[in-house]
Write a protein that binds this ligand. Structure first.
Ligand code: GLY
Length: 408
């Protein structure tokens, strides 16, 4: 199934469950000074969850454009992305844990046809209700239900304050052969979690487990958040006017599974962009890890930059502008230094971004409408970066030769 079909199938499924389909909001959160960029599908639901605004319906579904800055330096690995699309269903004071769990399970197993034995679930340490629903209602064997603490199974608030709550995640198992060590039991993980120092890495973990960071066996697929609380800037919790549901499943990750590939860059969401980067730079994908990393960075950052500019961000020295500038400079740096894109060729990134717009413009018309502006901003920034880089290299060479003369 291609990603357009998958996105549509998700939204149509939740429409059949009486949810109102709403469009993605901008990557620039509206009226929320505590948040730099839209990081999750629930961002546009915040005023509904807080009881400040009446929602157009109590059940909503969307495919939301999201951007997370925490992952920029890890981009190029097999799973992290800055920009991604998040599929979500939301209940504003309507259904709660039981329906949220049932809907998610029905979508993954009946609609998508995933093998239920490959799905493992996690719940918050103290969430007996969610544990019982997975065990008794969905009939997941207890060997595949894990309990974790706040780091993994508590979500929100996005920004400095806002709605939050315990969450339950569904993870996909790519198989034992990808595991780092034999699997730890849920009980071993519960004991480890209860005494765990999160400042430490995972070296002391009692075995592989759904949230293991040491291997690629599991991938988190869908997060179901049971939004029951408001957290203020002093980190104090108070109950929300009503319990709500917020779920998030990354389209890129679910496409990996539905398309039977190994990582997001092999899905149809990235293949055409990767192909363009390879054609333009004369590199091959899949033969050399270092080259692959460069190709992924150029593809990923070009995609993210196109969406940021379409929503009104321009490169600058602070806040969102700085995020965009960093993205473009990192992509330019890798294109020249890792992919050997010749300095005297026409700028690379506008050509890559053009292919991004060709691919996503029909789903997100703001890309098509702003095509000329997006390309001009990117071309200008790439040229400025190379001028700065060349000037820096030239100055260093001059200094080195002056220093040499001093020694002679
Ligand atoms: N809001 C749920 C998530 O982003 O995982």
């Amino acid at each position: 199934m291609n990603s357009n079909e998958l996105r549509e199938m998700f939204l149509a499924f939740f429409e059949s469950k009486k949810h109102l389909r709403i469009p993605s909001s901008s990557l620039i959160p509206s009226g929320d000074p505590t948040l730099l960029l839209t990081t999750a599908g629930m961002v546009q639901m915040k005023p509904y969850f807080l009881g400040e605004v009446t929602p157009p319906a109590n059940r909503l579904t969307s495919s939301q454009k999201c951007f997370r800055t925490t992952d920029i330096s890890t981009i190029g690995d097999h799973k992290h992305l800055t920009f991604f699309e998040m599929l979500g269903n939301f209940s504003v004071g309507d259904y709660f844990k039981e329906n949220a769990i049932e809907f998610a399970w029905e979508f993954l197993t009946s609609k998508m046809g995933l093998d239920s034995d490959k799905l493992w679930v996690t719940v918050y340490l103290e969430d007996e209700e969610a544990f019982a629903l997975w065990k008794d209602k969905i009939k997941i064997p207890t060997e595949r239900i894990y309990r974790y603490g706040k780091k993994d199974n508590w979500w929100g608030p996005p920004g400095l304050e806002g709605p939050c709550g315990p969450c339950s995640e569904i993870h996909y198992d790519f198989g034992q052969t990808l595991g780092c060590t034999p699997i730890a039991s849920p009980e071993q993980i519960r004991i480890w979690e209860e005494g765990r120092d999160y400042a430490e890495s995972d070296v002391n973990q009692p075995g592989c487990h759904p949230n293991c960071d040491n291997c690629e066996r599991f991938v988190e697929l869908w997060n179901l958040v049971f939004m029951g609380f408001f957290q203020n800037q002093e980190k104090e919790l108070s109950p929300l006017p009503a319990p709500n549901i917020d779920t998030g499943m990354g389209l890129e990750r679910v496409s990996v599974i539905s398309q039977g590939v190994r990582n997001v860059y092999e899905t149809d969401l990235f293949r055409p962009i990767i192909k363009t980067v390879c054609l333009l730079t004369g590199n091959k994908y899949g033969e050399d890890n270092a080259i692959d990393k460069g190709i992924r960075i150029v593809a990923e950052h070009s995609r993210g930059a196109a969406f940021l500019i379409a929503d009104g961000v321009i490169p600058g020295n602070d806040d969102r502008g700085y995020v965009l500038k960093r993205l473009l400079r990192r992509a330019s740096f890798y294109s020249r230094n890792r992919l050997n894109y010749p300095p005297d060729s026409s700028p690379l990134l506008p050509q890559v971004v053009d292919s991004v717009i060709n691919q996503f413009g029909c789903i997100y018309p703001e890309l098509e409408i702003n095509r000329k502006h997006i390309l001009a901003v990117i071309e200008n920034e790439e040229e400025r970066f190379y001028l700065t880089l060349d000037w820096g290299v030239h100055t260093m060479e001059l200094l080195a030769s002056e220093a040499q003369k001093l020694w002679e």
